[in-house]
Design a binder for this molecule. Structure first.
Ligand code: NAD
Length: 339
């Protein structure tokens, strides 16, 4: 079995590669990644020399490179993690989001049609459903919730999802889609809430929180997401969408306070900053379908997962310090000033 994992030098894709190497040591894994600012080859150093692993640097939107890879590898499965993934960056400059997330997805699926494939899996997000009001805790996103996006990022992911379903209906491509809530865990790029707060708190820097920090997110440990995708590509029904979430809703402010507590840092580091444009209020996934159909349940309790994550950032300072000392510094100052 050969699997092409796109975006495997990023956060979730790399964790998925580690999970698959461990659970399916007889599989061949080929990582296709453009190594954008969010991709980091050092993340993959533990698997780089394994005989059943190959890394290829190319964009999923580069038709020639993608077709060549399919000719060389004849993959059985493609799992597409590659994306521009940061909402704030999509607000600053949407175009690359359309190029990678929509055009890139269509190029990959064209390759799947041309060369034949057992399964194409699209890694999507709960953000395609838009948001829920804070005063309706009884509401959750199901797979039937209408697409109703807020940001250029979520719109590009929704566009890709619609294309994936269209390729299934029109060309019979064997596809599945997973829509997951917010992930956290090792190798998370430090522009995202949890690693940003851990890194800043460790450096005794200000902890910038959007608006009043009341926005609610549903957090899932990354390994649980990887296990869900592993199940879907092997046992999921072609043409279906599966919501993946941890039933673990927390406000952004509570997350930041918890990180302060775990690291023994004062809450006075928290600074409220101008809210994100179009900021979604609440995401909450109903994962009943994947539980009933495939037996998936999240295994990591948030209290344990956040401890493991903080410990990982403490033990891997070299990984994230290198990132925050480079080009990322310019982006940070543009977003949050010289805090
Ligand atoms: P990430 O930003 O950490 O990693 C993205 C990876 O894709 C990077 O390695 C980058 O180099 C690569 N990439 C970007 N453009 C590319 C291109 N044109 N061609 C090839 N590679 C390219 O993202 P992540 O957080 O790991 O998210 C992975 C996927 O999961 C994304 O599709 C995202 O929409 C989805 N998702 C993420 C979350 C989350 O909480 N992080 C939740 C739900 C869904």
């Amino acid at each position: 079995m050969t699997i092409i994992v796109t975006g495997g030098a990023g956060f979730i894709g790399s964790n998925f590669i580690f999970h698959m190497m461990d659970k399916h040591p007889d599989y061949r894994l080929v990582c296709l990644d453009a190594l954008t600012y969010a991709g980091n080859l050092s993340t993959l150093k533990s698997v780089m020399d394994k005989p059943n692993f190959r890394f290829v640097k190319a964009s999923i939107a580069d038709r020639e490179a993608v077709y060549q890879l399919f000719e060389e590898e004849h993959p059985d499965i493609v799992v597409n993690f590659a994306a521009e993934s940061h909402v704030d960056r999509s607000i600053e400059d949407p175009e690359i989001f359309l190029q990678t997330n929509i055009i890139g997805t269509s190029v990959l699926m064209d390759a799947c049609r041309k060369y034949g494939i057992q399964r194409y899996h699209q890694v999507s997000t709960d953000e395609v459903y838009g948001d829920l009001p804070l005063d309706r805790p009884d509401l959750f996103f199901t797979e039937e919730t209408p697409i109703h996006t807020s940001s250029p990022y979520s719109s590009s992911k929704a566009g890709a999802d619609l294309l994936v379903l269209a390729y299934h209906r029109t060309y019979g491509l064997p596809v599945t889609i997973s829509r997951c809530s917010n992930n956290y865990g090792p190798y998370h790029f430090p522009e995202k809430l949890i690693p940003l707060m851990i890194a800043n708190a460790l450096n005794d820097k200000a902890l910038p929180v959007y608006g009043t920090g009341e926005n609610v997110r549903d957090w899932l440990y990354v390994e649980d997401h990887c296990k869900a995708i592993d199940l879907i590509i092997h046992k999921g029904t072609v043409g279906e969408v599966y919501n993946v979430g941890g039933h673990n809703e927390m406000t952004n402010l509570d997350i930041v306070k918890l990180i302060c507590k775990e690291l023994g840092k004062p809450e006075s580091l928290i600074q409220f900053v101008a809210d994100r444009k179009g900021h979604d209020m609440r995401y909450a996934i109903d994962p009943t379908k994947i539980h009933n159909d495939l037996g998936w349940l999240p295994e990591t309790k948030f209290a344990d997962g956040i401890k493991k994550t903080i410990q990982w950032y403490l033990e891997h300072k070299d990984w994230w310090e290198e990132i925050i000392s480079g080009e990322y510094q310019n982006y940070y100052e543009k977003m949050y000033g010289n805090r």
